[in-house]
Design a protein around this ligand. Structure first.
Ligand SMILES: C[S@@+](CC[C@H](N)C(=O)[O-])C[C@H]1O[C@@H](n2cnc3c(N)ncnc32)[C@H](O)[C@@H]1O
Length: 213
């Protein structure tokens, strides 16, 4: 079974509405962190049904919906507090008909199956929180349409981080993230062959998996 070589799993809490608001304010201020993701997503040029996994407070879903006016997004999220704040944000942007939040755990096969099939499934800054990433990735691949794409975008553990003696907040998140080699090992274990792992500066990672091929 796949195990990452980093020992620190990130334990950031998204349980309270207060924490969810704090998170929402922080990410809404730092849209630059999504730049590479949005660029690659646009280049993929996929229309239809989108699934956002670990959608949080809806920041990426809103931007994706605004960038791709023809798509509908199902926003799957584990934390009711994040969904509460996310729904408010989505409503404030008038996107409540195109972004539908669903409470659920991506680890659960039945939950993912019940959502139906998607043309693209993406996830931003959630992968390093998944307790069983291989199970989640397998579930998501099973829900992709034939020519569908699974796009995982996350933080990346970087060596120079260890020169910074801070183990809290954002630095804890980076310490808990994967490196490209670990992702290749994980995908190899699942028999996935058609994929690209890209290191994005300064400490980000894009993993683009094609179902067919
Ligand atoms: C750091 S936040 C990222 C939120 C959002 N994607 C963004 O970019 O702002 C990670 C989110 O993933 C959610 N999450 C973690 N594990 C999950 C799982 N197994 N199924 C669904 N959501 C999950 C957490 O509750 C949290 O809201």
């Amino acid at each position: 079974m796949f195990e990452r070589s980093v020992s620190e799993r990130q334990s950031e809490s998204f349980a309270s509405v207060e924490a969810a608001w704090k998170y929402a304010r922080r990410v809404q201020r730092s849209r630059r962190r999504y730049e590479a993701f949005l660029k690659h997503l646009k280049a993929l040029g996929i229309t239809g049904r989108y699934l956002d996994v670990g959608a949080g407070t809806g920041t990426p879903a809103v931007t994706v919906a605004e960038d791709h006016p023809e798509v509908e997004i199902t926003a799957l999220e584990l934390s009711p507090a994040m969904i509460q704040v996310g729904k408010e944000y989505v409503r404030s942007r008038g996107l409540q008909d195109r972004i539908i939040f669903v409470l659920g755990d991506a680890t659960d096969e039945g939950t993912i199956e019940a959502l139906g099939e998607f043309d693209i499934i993406y996830s931003t800054f959630s992968l390093h929180h998944w307790e069983a990433p291989a199970v989640v990735i397998r579930n998501l691949l099973n829900s992709l349409r034939g020519s569908g794409v699974l796009y995982l975008y996350d933080l990346r553990r970087v060596w120079w981080l260890y020169c910074i003696p801070v183990h809290k907040g954002f630095f804890a998140s980076i310490r808990g993230a994967y490196v490209a080699g670990e992702i290749r090992e994980l995908l190899g274990g699942l028999g996935v062959v058609s994929y690209e792992v890209k290191n994005e500066p300064p400490f980000l990672l894009s993993v683009i998996i094609r179902k067919a091929g």
